[in-house]
Design a binder for this molecule. Structure first.
Ligand SMILES: Cc1cc2nc3c(=O)[nH]c(=O)nc-3n(C[C@H](O)[C@H](O)[C@H](O)COP(=O)(O)OP(=O)(O)OC[C@H]3O[C@@H](n4cnc5c(N)ncnc54)[C@H](O)[C@@H]3O)c2cc1C
Length: 297
């Protein structure tokens, strides 16, 4: 935080750029002294808890119209969610509910309405551990950034795998998340579920977040299996080995038992003082096994 000559903390300068180029230029000008802010809900908790210092310059991107766009391209069946779309807007959007129902369910499970009214999807994604991420990961998400040139597109899973170690992304402005609507083959049924397990029912940090989407063919075999897990400070990811294992199999007792074992072995959540790793692994394996069981019924 900036301080005056007497060492008394001063509020940061707040900038309100009106377009992406201006926002990006401000960031280049201020470097580490300038931070993009959207709803400010996460940043504020970081400052208040002493996890991060308040910067000298806040670059509030809320006035940039382009970042508020929410729409669906009918031809490509691609959803465009501007980074400034709030979690409340996601929660109540008929477009999101129709095309990306797991995201509606995830937004319903994040914080309380007062926070959701401010908190944005961009801020949630860029926290790296947001509860919306497991749901997003099932829709082949692509991040659209402004990096001062023509723009940059990057699959969310790729960004997640490097973001913690390579901080270059902090120089860029996120514009939108693009999602692909899964296609449904004829004669198949799609089963989807999103769960957040917390230490109490509502308004709680997650122990585990899980999203699952799969198709059941007429012969009861599984196809297009997508599973993602996160929770707490765990960076969410897809369970590609489990997805490949289940593809083409019936969701019977034998397969579900094997999946339970695979998750215990391969899922690597982060533990903390309240919830150990072993508990998170078991909670995740139980959740996915029970959803597979429900799907098979
Ligand atoms: C009481 C409380 C409860 C909460 N509960 C939950 C919960 O249950 N689940 C959950 O997932 N989260 C929770 N959060 C965390 C937070 O509210 C969410 O992650 C929220 O979505 C963050 O969005 P924001 O717009 O407020 O982000 P901000 O705080 O504005 O920004 C977050 C980060 O993203 C960067 N950023 C934001 N927009 C851009 C952009 N366009 N380009 C580049 N960088 C950008 C900022 O610099 C910052 O690093 C909670 C927070 C509070 C205070």
């Amino acid at each position: 935080m900036a301080a005056n000559a007497q060492g008394v903390a001063e509020a940061p300068f707040v900038w309100h750029p009106s377009n992406t180029a201006e926002a990006w230029q401000l960031k280049q000008t201020f470097g580490a002294e300038g931070v993009f802010t959207a709803g400010g809900t996460l940043l504020r908790t970081q400052w208040e808890s002493g996890l991060a210092a308040m910067p000298t310059h806040l670059i509030n991107v809320g006035a940039i119209e382009e970042l508020h766009r929410l729409g669906m391209d009918g031809e490509s069946q691609t959803g465009h969610i501007g980074t400034m779309i709030t979690l409340s807007e996601i929660r109540t959007s008929p477009l999101i509910h129709k095309n990306f129902p797991l995201l509606t369910e995830a937004a319903r499970n994040i914080a309380a309405p007062s926070i959701r009214n401010l908190a944005t999807i961009g801020g949630n994604v860029l926290s790296m551990v947001g509860d919306s991420i497991p749901a997003l990961l099932l829709y082949d998400p692509v991040l659209h950034w402004h990096d001062g040139s023509n723009g940059l597109e990057e699959p969310l899973s790729e960004w997640l795998s490097t973001a913690a170690v390579h901080a270059a992304w902090k120089e860029r402005l996120l514009i939108a998340v693009e999602l692909a609507k899964p296609t449904l083959d004829t004669n198949t049924k799609r089963f989807v579920a999103y769960h957040k397990v917390g230490r109490r029912d509502a308004f709680t940090p997650s122990v585990i977040t899980a999203a699952i989407s799969l198709q059941l063919d007429p012969d009861h075999r599984l196809s297009d299996v997508r599973i993602a897990l996160g929770g707490g400070q765990t960076i969410p990811s897809r369970l590609e080995a489990v997805e490949a294992f289940l593809t083409g199999k019936p969701a019977d007792k034998k397969a579900i038992t094997q999946v339970y074992g695979m998750i215990l072995e391969s899922f690597e959540p982060k533990g903390d003082a309240f919830v150990p790793v072993s508990y998170r692994k078991k909670a995740a394996a139980n959740l996915i096994a029970s959803e597979l069981w429900k799907a098979s019924r």
